[in-house]
Ligand binder design. Structure first.
Ligand code: ADP
Length: 434
């Protein structure tokens, strides 16, 4: 619509300007001729006039050869003195000036001795020329309009094609097809970049949903094992009267199962809290955290005949003490539990290159290269049978990773299967407090 209005306006302005210019040229020609006629008029005292046209003036300047131009001259008394053959002369001389009448353009002026001169010309040919120009401009405008519409249609179709693909994929995802991806053309347009970015986001979304599903399945599975123990133990005890020793054995097994359930629930709760919590901004010295972890876990180390060694330098970081303490304790506890009898665990804290570090190394069973990338996954255990015995649910390192990454740091592990492992937590060091 805007284009149509613009083209119509353009055609109108061009045609009108052409019309004005052509009429101005006609006027100038008529003025010149009136001037020429005025120059050959000789008045006399009685008010009559004499006109001495040059040779051929009538034939050259008026008639069909001159585009139908005509003239008329009145003397001072209003008597028509001369007029070209067939001139549409008005009954009285018109007022001085330029005027149009019945498709005629006329110039009227005063001549010598108060005579009146009228020169005119039919505007028919001028009208025809303007009409023809207007028609050509209109046809050209219509062509431009059709071409623009076709081009616009084509370009809009091409430009909107990715949007169409994106909305179709989004529609498929809404109806449950989470594997749907936007087909991406091999160009670098902004919309293809958007499509690629969206596909990346969909991948991550699907990954997160898959992990969530896996997590729920794993969690249910972890709860089911101790619950099954509880049910079978109670059913066995209730089936008929048992001896006191048998009841005691049942209670011990039930107690162990309940202990395991509580442990899993508490660790899941810790993970959920770590997921949501923002770290508080206090300064925590990792060496103090390590001392507390060592004190807490010394009985476990003694029980497993593992020696704890510590080399602790101040290592202040900004963060939340209780979650950091849990992370360090988890590393030390793993180092003790996955150690060999009479093994060693050494805990080091230090500041190195602007990073505060906790390094926990052990002389234990180590972790195979196959397991190494997966040990931080929730519920992942390198060796199910052995680790179920060791009591873990596969959540300890998930908590460590979550806590450390929440604090903007990272946790790394190097391991020599059969010889031992070394876990390192690195966090940005805080300026030491005085
Ligand atoms: P868990 O509660 O089973 O200890 P974690 O998440 O703490 O779970 O550890 C995951 C798995 O990584 C463990 O089951 C164990 O196989 C392995 N692992 C963790 N720490 C060590 C270590 N210090 N030495 C050997 N293996 C380890």
């Amino acid at each position: 619509i805007v284009l149509t209005v613009l083209i119509v306006l353009y055609a109108g302005i061009v045609t009108y300007a052409y019309w004005r210019t052509t009429v101005a040229v006609v006027d100038a020609t008529l003025e010149r001729m009136a001037e020429t006629i005025a120059s050959v008029i000789a008045p006399d005292i009685s008010g009559a006039v004499d006109i001495n046209f040059p040779q051929d003036f009538r034939d050259r300047a008026a008639g069909p050869a001159a585009g139908g131009t005509y003239y008329a001259v009145w003397d001072a008394r209003g008597q028509l003195v001369d007029a070209s053959a067939g001139a549409p002369v008005p009954p009285v001389s018109p007022p001085v000036g330029t005027s149009s009448r019945d498709g005629l353009r006329e110039v009227s002026r005063l001549g010598p001795g108060n005579s009146r001169i009228l020169v005119g010309r039919p505007l028919g040919p001028t009208y025809a020329a303007v009409r023809s120009l207007g028609l050509r401009v209109a046809v050209a405008g219509a062509l431009v309009l059709v071409l623009s519409l076709a081009g616009g249609w084509f370009l809009a179709g091409r430009a909107l094609d990715p949007v169409d693909r994106i909305s179709r994929t989004a529609g498929a995802m809404v109806t449950g097809d989470l594997a749907a991806r936007i087909p991406v053309a091999d160009t670098d347009s902004e919309l293809e970049q958007l499509a690629r970015a969206l596909n990346g986001a969909f991948d991550r979304l699907q990954g997160a949903l898959d992990r969530q599903r896996q997590f729920t399945a794993d969690a249910s599975h972890e709860f089911r094992t101790p619950l099954t123990v509880l049910r079978t133990e109670f059913e066995w005890a209730l089936r008929r009267p048992r001896s006191e020793d048998e009841y005691r054995a049942t209670i011990v097994k039930a107690h162990k199962a309940v202990h395991r359930l509580t442990d899993i629930a508490e660790r899941l709760l810790t993970l959920a809290r770590t997921d949501q919590s923002t770290t508080s901004a206090g300064v925590v010295d990792l060496s103090v955290v390590a001392v507390e972890a060592i004190d807490m876990l010394r009985p476990l180390a003694n029980e497993r005949q593992v020696t704890l060694e510590a080399a602790l330098e101040p290592a202040p970081v900004h963060g939340d003490k209780s979650t950091l303490a849990e992370a360090v304790a988890n590393l030390v506890s793993n180092a003790i539990r996955y150690n060999r009898t009479a093994g060693r665990v050494s805990i080091t804290t230090r500041v190195q290159g602007g990073e505060a570090q906790v390094v926990v190394s052990d002389t234990g069973v180590g972790i195979s290269a196959r397991d190494l990338p997966r040990i931080y996954d929730r519920f992942y255990r390198a060796d199910e049978a052995r680790n179920r015995d060791a009591g873990g649910a596969g959540l300890g390192l998930a908590i460590v990773k979550e806590v450390v990454e929440r604090h903007g740091g990272r946790v790394g592990c190097t391991s020599d299967p059969g010889a031992g492992s070394e876990f390192t937590i690195s966090l940005a060091a805080a300026a030491p407090t005085t």
